[in-house]
Design a protein around this ligand. Structure first.
Ligand code: AMP
Ligand code: GLY
Length: 417
């Protein structure tokens, strides 16, 4: 089978890498890709938001499966266009992707499905904003209703900052603060059957010790030795399956990757957010641990035959990924800096640690930074401690002027396990 992956981040690099290792896959194509993806897939240029163009490319390539990585093309209806052309596509329809595209819609679905989440108000003017901030008190949680690549959320004790963020959003969701550790749990679904993957933890803040601003994610690890062994089953029964059932009931079945961002609070599991796609950087560690070949699983979801898929198999190994971000990320990241040390990682750390590219591009013989999150170094090991040591050893070989990364990814979990 030939597979076309849409997107060009570290998540897509991880997807393309896994697909390239799948014996059933004869060719991996990616559009637009990046400098690293070009090593495991053939790259094509396409406007990823143009469904007709993506469908045309898929037909030209004779792709048997299209996998849409990022949220923007999903919300733009790219999966619908590919399916309309008769090509199986992994990724929800435009209507179902609104689960990620609008936080207010997600809250409505959760209320209808009885899914536990933070209490919230949707506000559209200053009076409503003040009332909601008052009702919940500090810490304040203020979320732009639209897509904001993980950066539309402000969590703060400062009411003036909370108010200022709320006032610049057209529609804003203000909600109860959820305490407790966060877990990302992904599920593959065809709109009916739901297959959870293994849980991971993401590090959203820019700096060590969860300081600094929210980012798209600075690192991740899996498994979670501290989590209740019943967590996945509980979340399947109380969150994932009811949400998929509710969307089907509404006539907008969700097929693709349902990402539940969860808080494990003192009062039980609560949904922080849903995403309609694989998370980045959690995908890097989840796929590093997946033994089941990826293409068959995604194809079953795309074709509506997930109930026939064999049970998933996982490696015992742990996985850790550390994001290397450019100077000034997440503010206004500087780009165009040469990246050194990539060959050293390939020589000295493979196969246990490897670089997945995010914002990179080729410039002559050089690979240069082209985005805020530049790359993520992923490593596996017999436990989190070993995976973490390998990941940081490889990060130490990367040379990128002005770059920064967190030094505490999986640190506490590795200590405790
Ligand atoms: P979101 O884009 O909704 O995932 O929010 C980004 C990050 O903000 C989350 O990963 C949490 O760290 C934090 N956050 C969001 N909602 C809440 C909440 N209700 N309580 C505490 N933290 C939250
Ligand atoms: N890791 C957070 C996200 O993908 O949204």
């Amino acid at each position: 089978m030939k597979v076309l992956v849409i997107g060009g981040g570290a998540r897509e690099h991880a997807l393309c890498r896994s697909l390239s290792l799948d014996p059933d896959v004869t060719a991996v194509h990616c559009a637009p890709g990046n400098a690293g993806i070009g090593e495991v897939a053939e790259l094509h240029s396409v406007d990823a938001l143009d469904g007709a163009a993506v469908a045309r490319l898929a037909r030209e390539l004779d792709a048997g499966l299209v996998v849409v990585g990022p949220e923007a093309p999903l919300v733009a209806g790219v999966a619908d266009a590919v399916r309309a052309a008769g090509i199986p596509c992994f990724g929800p329809s435009r209507e179902a992707a609104v689960l990620e595209g609008s936080k207010a819609f997600a809250k409505d679905v959760m209320a209808a499905a009885g899914v536990p989440t933070a209490r919230s108000y949707v506000c559209t003017n200053a009076a409503e904003i003040d009332e909601a901030l008052d009702a919940f008190g500090a810490p304040y949680v203020v979320k732009d209703d639209g897509l904001a690549a993980g950066k539309g959320v402000v969590v703060t004790d400062d009411v003036a900052a909370a108010r200022a963020h709320a006032l610049v959003c057209e529609r804003v969701v203000i909600e109860e603060y959820l305490d407790g550790p966060e877990v990302s749990l992904f599920a593959v679904t065809d709109g009916e059957t739901v297959v959870p993957l293994t849980p991971a933890q993401d590090f959203k803040r820019a700096l060590d010790g969860d300081a600094g601003p929210n980012t798209g994610g600075m690192g991740a690890y899996s498994p979670l030795p501290w989590a209740d062994p019943k967590l996945v089953d509980d979340v399947l029964n109380t969150v994932l399956q009811p949400t998929v059932d509710e969307l089907r009931r509404r006539g907008t079945p969700f097929s693709g990757l349902l990402y539940a961002g969860l808080a494990i609070t003192s009062r039980g599991v609560r949904v922080i957010e849903f995403n309609a796609r694989f998370g980045d950087p959690e995908t890097q560690v989840v796929l590093a641990r997946l033994r089941t070949p990826l293409a068959g699983l995604l194809l079953h979801a795309a074709k509506g035959t997930l109930a026939d898929a064999p049970p998933l198999r996982w490696h015992e190994d742990a996985a850790v990924t550390v994001v290397v971000a450019s100077h000034n990320y997440p503010d206004t990241p500087r780009t165009g800096d040469p990246i050194g040390g990539l060959a050293d990682v390939a020589d000295q750390d493979a196969p246990y640690a490897y670089v997945l590219h995010a914002g990179t591009r080729r410039e002559g013989d050089d690979v240069v930074s082209a985005g805020g999150r530049v790359l993520s170094v992923t490593a596996t090991g017999k436990d989190l401690r070993e995976a973490r040591e390998r990941a940081y050893a490889a990060v130490g070989r990367i040379r990128l002027d002005g770059s920064h990364h967190r030094t505490d990814i999986a640190g506490a979990a590795a200590e405790a396990s």
